[in-house]
Design a protein around this ligand. Structure first.
Ligand SMILES: [Zn+2]
Length: 197
């Protein structure tokens, strides 16, 4: 992309952002969609925010893992099967338990006691820029639903706008940090011609 295209994209972005914020404040949802789609379209595909409930759920899910005491590997919860094991006589003597809850590591196959296993939880927290937002909420019938819809779509609009701002900032950084001094004096005659430098 020619450097000279960047200020145009930036100007269009600032205009769309103003329109999006105004639409959000006045609850004009169709104008909001128009402006937010406009911002996304300005960006090259690799910088666009993906709108997909399925992809978003996949990325935003909580990950729980169990640390194996033998090999120290973090094992995903879905790979851990907890079962009960009869304790040996020494353990019965020490802990007074009739059964031990244990699980086997899928990496090194050693058996871990559940009550001494370190369990870690990785949860994505806001504000986290995932580059993906869910599909917009859909309007259904009924008064109650309309109120709920207004709250949900407003939240969704801000979420998408914040994601787009993040992508736009990244896009600018990636493309402008090479030579900021070039930005001072833009020669429009070079528009859409690459490789002149
Ligand atoms: Zn292991």
């Amino acid at each position: 992309m020619p450097q000279s295209r960047l200020p145009d994209i930036n100007t269009a972005f600032i205009r769309y952002r103003g329109e999006a914020i105004h639409a959000l404040q006045t609850k004009n949802w169709s104008a909001m969609h128009g402006a937010l789609n406009g911002i996304n379209s300005l960006l090259p595909v690799e910088y666009q925010v993906v709108i997909s409930t399925q992809d978003h759920e996949q990325l935003a899910k909580t990950e729980i893992s169990y640390a194996c005491g033998s090999c120290s590997e973090a094992i995903d919860k879905s790979d851990v099967q907890v079962f009960e094991l009869m304790p040996d006589s020494m353990q019965s003597l020490l802990y007074g338990r009739t059964f031990n809850k244990v699980w086997n590591c899928i990496k090194c196959h050693s058996t871990n006691m559940l009550n001494t296993t370190a369990i870690s939880q990785t949860m994505l927290q806001n504000p986290t820029y995932l580059g993906i937002v869910p599909d917009p909420p859909e309007r259904k019938n009924g008064l109650m639903d309309r109120m709920k819809f207004n709250i949900e779509i407003e939240r969704w609009g801000w979420l998408l706008l914040n994601e787009e701002e993040f992508k736009m900032a990244k896009f600018r950084d990636d493309n402008w940090n090479k030579g900021d001094e070039e930005m001072g004096d833009i020669d429009n005659s070079l528009d859409d011609k690459e490789g002149d430098k």
